[in-house]
Design a protein around this ligand. Structure first.
Ligand code: PHE
Ligand code: ZN
Length: 885
């Protein structure tokens, strides 16, 4: 057992902090060989800490990789006998009731490859403090329930670092000797240290403004490296839309005079909601027509909104402890998906959310790292920034919204913000506010926060012709997860519709009386609370077709024995767009699964071909929905649905179906392509996005079957594209095609054209790493040797190693085990420089139990190899040990 085995931290051990910090006044001296941090902290005993009131507890401050230069208490140096410094803590044994502590630390941002705390990204200084990065800057009670008012003075060379930023408002600035200068910032809102931020660099400033609902003018500023000057507009526009939307939808107004966004190239995550100074991964904020795909634009809009929304859901009301992470993340993801739905198509957004959830979150919830939305324990909190916390957490909030309805939900959120403004609270406080505002009992509903695993609904039905009654039976089970067995039934909102034989919506009358009243609705949200329920629907003259779990009203798996005829029927007639899409997915899954290992003479069901022909040809259908319906379920999702999965076999079956469709629909695809060519200028609206998506799907299918007309359309599109969606669409189609020369030529041209743009080079890496054809191991190794690859840059690492292991499933699961071995080697290498990234990248291996034995054994062996690495980080330790357990 390695010596650095991390401690497990339990929610049940939570204790209020012994000391509170009223003010934190920081002074940073930034140099090329390091930084000196002067911190002046005003402490007092916490009146809510019984123990400390009675006896006077020692003061314990967190610290990590710090050099302590001086320690002064109430103006006097602390005697060596009165304090102690370990790797993780600074302890001062005797302290008074109130005191001021002055701490000076020396740190080395230029050598910080973990990208936690203060570090350098290219020539700029920046910070990342969530979750526990502030302790890498100075000694501090680094926990979210300690909230202080911060002031920050930054001193640096004026030529190299003309821009000096921190949270709040700038209050003073001036020149110093030796060509240095300073700026002082004050943040009037008390905040936990994880929301602290600092940026220093030679940055270009873009200005905009927003007038709030009460008429206050807020300065909006975006700071980027000068070469990115033309890539700021979309983020600033998104920000203004988000600010207006949060006022309208939640009554939330921005609270400082200035709001800043900074783009940095080296960043572990997507973005960070630091108070008044949001810091973004460049790839999640910079965009122009020529360099960003439609998907990237969509992502930027939602992340900019997400970080902005945190100003209330996260900053004004924050988390008591990190077990409550979903309090801010689940709620904020819910808010940003609502926003995106309102900005574009709510149905399309719902399809995208459900896809992530069903493909990746369900897999996480069925794997060795499964945890509840409010976990009960963790070793390394950075491993808990998971899909469960974020997207399942958002689903849980969404279910509250469904159960309460929009008006009561809004009453609940108003109460929550009002009651807890300025506080650090728990998910339970959130649910309580919803209960108090609505009068609803959410007691059983709270199990969604406590029990891990994806509920499974087994559904059956029968029709009683003589009585005209349709019976629907729903059984609910919740699988065991690590450390949790014998779970209780959860409270599940289950939206249902019934269709008649002409596709018409039928009334859902739960009793003869309701039928007689004539008031029965055409859609109902049934509330499941028991292990099993039976519902009766009256007044039905024929057997209806059920539309189950409409708009994916709960994050659950549904099993029901649909016939293919029923699925085709729902695809065509369901008034719920989500379920039309879902029926198409289920039909395709059924057809593909039938093809796995099937003999050559088994053909693809002609009804699937017919359904796709209809989708491709009928221009009157909602084209945005059609664009989604044409995307076959991914190999990742098909594998998730399979026990003992054989990925290469799944991949072959899926390809067989895809090729069959492409050959059968060849003429329709060409027609669809031509119909969707844009003549006018580039636009970003949902209609234009749908056209590009349809056209690029058609192109990809045509190139998959080596169609010569497709080839010339593709070459033309690549050459003439005035936007990245079309250029990348064509490039991707060639990369995945059998046209070897065209593939090489377009890849080469693309790199030559965009080599100076890191965001585009990332896309160039990942399109290759994710491809069956260019993503064989020898190519992946070549990409790692490419001059543009950078082991210190998380985006490049994700673009190559992450895309290979996460998206190129057929090569990753090479039966010879080479893909697993490769990932293990890279993870071990990365662990020494950036353990957070290493622990994230290893995740495809942790799912080893899902796969057929010849695969799972080799995956397990790769994990063991990582386990035995020298100096295994705590981050990787937790993931590897839990997945081998
Ligand atoms: N809190 C950030 C967000 O979701 C994510 C993040 C976590 C960023 C940890 C950096 C470090 O908005
Ligand atoms: Zn967030």
């Amino acid at each position: 057992m390695p010596s650095n085995q991390p401690q497990t931290i339990y929610l049940s051990d939570y204790k209020v902090p012994a000391y509170l910090v009223d003010t934190a006044d920081l002074r940073f001296e930034l140099f090329e060989d390091g930084a000196r941090v002067h911190s002046t902290l005003a402490f007092r005993r916490n009146p809510d800490c019984q123990e400390n009131q009675e006896t006077g507890a020692p003061l314990q401050l967190h610290g990590d990789s710090l050099k302590l230069e001086s320690l002064v208490l109430n103006g006097e140096a602390v005697a060596p006998s009165n304090y102690n410094v370990s790797d993780e803590l600074l302890t001062v044994n005797q302290v008074p009731q109130h005191f001021t502590l002055q701490v000076v630390t020396w740190i080395e941002p230029q050598n910080n490859t973990r990208l936690e705390g203060l570090y350098k990204s290219a020539a700029m200084f920046c910070t990342q403090c969530e979750a526990e990065g502030f302790r890498c800057i100075t000694y501090f009670p680094d926990r979210p329930d300690v909230m202080a008012r911060f002031s920050t003075r930054i001193e640096a060379d004026k030529t190299a670092y003309p821009v000096l930023l921190s949270n709040g408002n700038p209050v003073e600035q001036g020149d110093l000797s030796d060509g240095r200068h300073f700026v002082t910032w004050e943040d009037p809102f008390p905040k936990p240290a994880y929301l602290f931020a600092l940026v220093a660099g030679d940055l270009l400033e873009k200005q905009d403004s927003f007038t709030t609902m009460s008429g206050r003018k807020v300065d909006l500023r975006m700071y980027v490296e000068p070469r990115n000057s033309e890539k700021c507009e979309y983020a600033l526009d998104s920000l203004k839309r988000a600010m207006a939307w949060d006022e309208q939808t939640y009554g939330r107004e921005y609270d400082l005079d200035i709001f800043m966004i900074v783009a940095v190239d080296d960043f572990n995550m997507g973005a960070m909601e630091n108070k008044g100074l949001n810091i973004f991964n460049s790839s999640c904020v910079l965009a122009s027509q020529e360099t960003a795909t439609d998907m990237a634009f969509e992502r930027i809009e939602s992340i900019v909104a997400h970080e902005y929304f945190h100003n209330w859901s996260g900053n004004r009301v924050t988390c008591r402890d990190w077990f409550q992470l979903s309090l801010k993340e689940g709620f904020t993801v819910f808010r940003d998906t609502q926003f995106s739905g309102d900005m574009g198509s709510a149905t399309v957004k719902r399809i995208e959310s459900a896809t992530v959830l069903r493909t990746a979150q369900f897999a996480e919830d069925a794997g060795p790292m499964a945890h509840s939305v409010r976990p009960a324990s963790y070793m390394e909190i950075t491993n808990f920034y998971t899909l469960t916390i974020y997207v399942k957490g958002a689903e849980v909030v969404r279910m509250i919204h469904t159960l309460l309805g929009p008006d009561l939900f809004r009453k609940g959120s108003d109460l929550y913000f009002e009651r807890h403004d300025g506080q650090a609270v728990t998910t339970d406080d959130f649910v309580k506010a919803m209960e108090d505002a609505s009068g609803r009992d959410l007691g059983q509903f709270r199990l969604w926060y406590e029990q891990a695993g994806t509920p499974q609904l087994a559904i059956s039905d029968e029709y009683d012709e003589s009585a005209g009654v349709y019976h629907l039976h729903v059984k609910q089970t919740l699988p065991d997860t690590p450390g949790q067995t014998d779970k209780q039934p959860q409270h599940i909102p289950f939206a249902l519709g019934l269709l008649g034989s002409r596709g018409e919506a039928l009334a859902l009358a739960l009793s003869a009386d309701e039928l007689a009243s004539g008031d029965a609705p055409q859609e109902r949200v049934l509330e499941l609370t028991e292990a099993s329920h039976s519902f009766e629907f009256h007044g039905l003259s024929e057997r209806p077709v059920s539309s189950l779990l409409r708009h994916f009203s709960a994050p659950v798996r549904v099993s029901y024995s649909w016939t293919r005829e029923q699925l085709l029927f729902l695809m065509n007639h369901d008034s719920d767009g989500f379920n039309r899409w879902d029926a198409g997915q289920r039909l395709a899954i059924d057809v593909i699964q039938q093809m796995i290992g099937a003999p050559k003479d088994v053909t693809v069901d002609a009804r699937l071909v017919g359904a796709f022909r209809h989708l491709i040809s009928d221009a009157d259908l909602d084209q945005a929905l059609v664009a989604k319906m044409l995307v076959l379920p991914t190999v990742a999702y098909l594998a998730e649905l399979t026990d003992g999965a054989d990925v290469p076999a799944i991949h072959r079956a899926r390809r067989r179906v895809l090729k069959h469709l492409a050959i059968a629909l060849r003429d329709e695809l060409v027609a669809c392509y031509r119909r969707n060519i844009d003549s006018g200028p580039y636009q970003l609206g949902p209609e234009a996005v749908a056209r590009r998506s349809l056209r690029n799907t058609a192109l990809a299918w045509l190139l998959l079957i080596n169609d010569e007309e497709g080839r010339s359309l593709g070459l033309g599109q690549y050459r003439d594209a005035d936007n990245m969606t079309d250029r990348m669409g064509a490039l991707k189609a060639f990369v995945n095609s059998g046209y070897d020369d065209d593939r090489a030529a377009t890849l080469n041209d693309f790199y030559q054209t965009f080599q100076h743009d890191p965001q585009v080079v990332e896309q160039w890496f990942s399109v290759q790493a994710a491809s069956r054809r260019t993503g064989q191991l020898s190519h992946i190794h070549a990409l790692l040797e490419h001059p543009a690859f950078d082991w210190k840059n998380p985006n490049k690492i994700r673009a190559v190693i992450g895309a290979f292991a996460g998206q190129n499933l057929v090569n990753f699961h090479n039966p010879d085990g080479s893909g697993y071995q490769f990932l293990a080697d890279q993870v071990c290498k990365l662990d020494d420089s950036n353990p957070q990234i290493a622990a994230r990248l290893v995740s495809p291996l942790t799912r080893w139990r899902k796969f057929a034995p010849e695969y799972s054994q080799q995956m397990q062996a790769a994990l063991m190899q990582i386990r035995d690495k020298e100096n295994l980080s705590g981050d990787l330790y937790e993931v590897v040990y839990k997945s081998l357990a």
